[in-house]
Design a protein around this ligand. Structure first.
Ligand SMILES: NC(=O)c1ccc[n+]([C@@H]2O[C@H](COP(=O)([O-])OP(=O)(O)OC[C@H]3O[C@@H](n4cnc5c(N)ncnc54)[C@H](OP(=O)(O)O)[C@@H]3O)[C@@H](O)[C@H]2O)c1
Length: 254
């Protein structure tokens, strides 16, 4: 019996890296997990690994372009698959193309980044949270860059700052009816397929206390906690799981 036994969870963007680790960890804790993303092959691989470990999961393909129609369609499909019960919503899907700040960014890029990173979770949360039962939880994915300026990263940082602000507003809006809303703010998290030192973000962690990029399982553990009854008194917070990146700056190695 895991701490999420008998519960259902929808994890957006769970075909890769952090979202995949969250889906696997939630399933390992007993949740029926709805895995989602655009890539059906990678989605099927995540479902396979959950089923092989004895868990329960289904895949819903969704291209979350920021339209209310797409977000609501995903919410409805997940609601139906879980028999009308979503206890945990994890707004993880996000894009962070590098060097996207002005003057390179055009209308389409700004719209796409705000569409996937802000509008999609905005519409999905307002569609599902009013229907979620007391004891449910929403967890959003922020980022350390929302609070530490980097040249050229302002566009992405602003989308994550928006989601962190929405986290506090939604905690105020939905908390009184028993739906807690929190966020996890990761540091640089290297996908397991990429060798250490090869992820473009790796050098950014050299001056943080952890001295290296994190693993997606570190973020998954925080999400599992925030979504659980152990966090019943935690509302509207942004939990840094970032190797100290947003709080501390050390001398470089050597
Ligand atoms: N990795 C880091 O260092 C880091 C640090 C701080 C915060 N974060 C945040 O953590 C979250 C996950 O990051 P990650 O590194 O795991 O990213 P990732 O490996 O690039 O995975 C992103 C996920 O989002 C999905 N996705 C992207 N566009 C989508 C769309 N239009 N519709 C539906 N799904 C879409 C992808 O699925 P498909 O390709 O199948 O569509 C994939 O499953 C993001 O919100 C990111 O901003 C990451």
């Amino acid at each position: 019996m895991g701490i999420h036994s008998g519960r259902s969870a929808l994890v957006t963007g769970s075909t890769s890296n952090i979202g995949r680790a969250i889906a696997i960890a939630m399933a390992a804790e007993g949740a029926h997990v709805v895995v989602s993303g655009r890539d059906e092959a990678r989605g099927a691989a995540v479902i396979d690994s959950i089923l092989q470990a004895g868990g329960r999961a289904d895949f819903v393909r969704a291209d979350l372009d920021g339209s209310s129609v797409r977000s609501r369609a995903l919410g409805d499909a997940a609601w139906e698959l879980t028999g009308g019960r979503i206890d945990v919503l994890v707004n993880n899907a996000g894009i962070y193309p590098s060097g996207t700040d002005a003057p390179i960014a055009d209308d389409a890029l700004v719209d796409r980044m705000y569409g996937v990173n802000v509008k999609a979770p905005f519409f999905l949360t307002h569609h599902l949270a009013p229907r979620m039962a007391p004891g449910s939880a929403v967890v959003n994915l922020g980022s350390w860059v929302a609070r530490l300026g980097l040249p050229g990263d302002g566009l992405y940082a602003s989308t994550k700052a928006a989601l962190e602000a929405l986290t506090r507003s939604w905690a105020a809006q939905y908390g009184p009816s028993g739906v807690r809303v929190n966020a996890v703010s990761p540091g640089v998290i290297r996908p397991p397929e990429v060798a250490a030192g090869r992820f473009p973000g790796d050098p950014l962690m050299a001056t943080a206390p952890a001295r290296e990029s994190g693993a997606p399982e570190a973020i998954a553990a925080a999400v599992v906690f925030l979504a659980s009854d152990a966090a019943a008194f935690v509302h509207g917070t942004v939990l840094d799981v970032d190797g100290g990146r947003a709080s501390v700056h050390l001398a470089a190695h050597g």
